[in-house]
Ligand binder design. Structure first.
Ligand SMILES: NC(=O)c1ccc[n+]([C@@H]2O[C@H](COP(=O)([O-])OP(=O)(O)OC[C@H]3O[C@@H](n4cnc5c(N)ncnc54)[C@H](O)[C@@H]3O)[C@@H](O)[C@H]2O)c1
Length: 357
């Protein structure tokens, strides 16, 4: 048990001196040690970062409304169930714990849904972020790591995509993420907030121990869908468009292992704790794979035939999205470790066969 010793104090009752007492505050860890707040830490990416933070020796508090996340995905630290729209709850959270940084994953992130229901996206991804920033300001917490996305670029005019590429989102989801990047820039100028915005390309893979993995309902991401077909949970996988100007006619994406995202978050935290400046960097492998290549690789690893249905192109799906990750390498001294597609799919397959939630 840790405590702070405040020394001997005289004890008086109704002005009458009764003697001296030892004054100490016990169990100070909970109240006074620096902690990282992870919003959305029960979700796919956040849960892997929580695990990485704990392994790195950080204390973690996960804040999640469990709308998409899973209680079982939070492998350690404290879990506070709540919604970012709840100002008083955020206020009491920041009063209870002393945070030195916030990692902000909580958001809605289905592109198609954002087109049908933009209000939900602007409210959750932008308004709720403003709530969070207001409480951070009140409690003098000025470090944030933000989950941005390749969707801020829209249809690329040049590939590989560098950070200075024009920012022209083509759906409300992308616009909400760009709005947050702009808010963080303005809050930095006005209030001294320092942030790292990490523009993820396609997050993929799972914890190599299969303790954690991707589990959304509905699942919209390609690799978990393909593997759900391999394991018999799904009848078939749809391939949207086979007439793209790519070698095999299907879309090419840059898949980055979720543990490599975790390493980048640790590096970003170190950067901020070391007094580093605002950063915006791409996180990807700088290597693209087509939908057909993913399916072929999954068939090889699972030794199963994947039933495929060909559909027409989806609106707003660019042919190729591959990043230039040299800024992340340079500025964060980061490099991906699980970069082969085989390894990425192997970890997802292990999870698919041992799903805990
Ligand atoms: N998955 C990807 O490929 C990808 C790519 C680019 C960016 N991102 C971004 O990364 C972040 C995490 O993505 P993910 O795939 O892990 O998504 P996810 O849906 O699995 O995780 C998001 C978590 O946030 C929680 N949440 C949502 N709104 C909340 C609120 N108002 N209050 C409290 N909790 C709330 C959900 O319950 C969920 O656990 C998101 O911000 C997403 O936009 C993801």
């Amino acid at each position: 048990m840790k405590y702070v010793y405040l020394g001997l104090r005289s004890l008086r009752l109704s002005g009458r001196y009764l003697g001296f007492v030892d004054v100490r505050i016990e169990n100070i860890e909970d109240r006074w040690m620096k902690k990282v707040l992870v919003t959305g830490g029960a979700g796919y990416i956040g849960s892997h970062i929580v695990k990485a933070l704990l392994e790195a020796g950080d204390e973690v508090v996960t804040f999640d409304n469990l709308s998409e996340g899973h209680r079982d995905a939070v492998v350690g630290g404290d879990l506070v169930q709540g919604d970012l729209s709840d100002g008083p709850l955020l206020q009491s959270l920041f009063s209870k714990y002393e945070f030195d940084a916030v990692m902000h994953f909580a958001a809605n992130c289905r592109v198609g849904e954002s087109v049908k229901d933009p209000e939900k996206y602007y409210k959750n991804n932008v308004c709720n972020l403003l709530n969070l920033l207001a409480v951070m300001r009140r409690h003098h917490v000025n470090r944030m790591i933000f989950s941005s996305t390749a969707a801020v670029y829209g249809n690329p005019v040049k590939v590989p995509i560098e950070e200075l590429h024009p920012l022209q989102p083509i759906n409300p989801y992308g616009f909400t993420k760009l709005a947050v990047e702009n808010i963080l820039r303005d809050y930095s100028r006005a209030y001294g907030l320092i942030s790292v915005s990490l523009r993820y390309f396609n997050a993929a893979g799972a914890d190599p121990m299969a303790q954690l993995g991707e589990s959304h309902d509905p699942e919209t991401h390609l690799i978990p869908r393909v593997l759900a077909v391999a394991s018999g949970r799904l009848a078939e996988v749809e391939v949207f468009g086979t007439d793209y100007p790519t070698e095999d006619g299907t879309c090419i994406r840059d898949y980055i292992h979720v543990n490599d995202l975790a390493l980048a978050h640790l590096a970003a935290l170190k950067h901020l704790r070391g007094g580093g400046e605002n950063l915006i960097v791409n996180l990807g492998n700088s290597r693209g794979y087509s939908v057909k290549e993913i399916i072929k690789c999954a068939e090889r690893i699972t030794q199963k035939k994947i039933r495929v249905v060909h559909s027409s192109r989806r609106e707003g799906d660019p042919p190729v999205l591959v990043c230039d990750n040299s800024q992340a390498r340079r500025q964060l001294h980061w490099q991906p470790k699980i970069s082969s597609l085989d390894e990425i799919i192997q970890t997802s397959w292990k999870w698919e066969q041992n799903r805990r939630y």
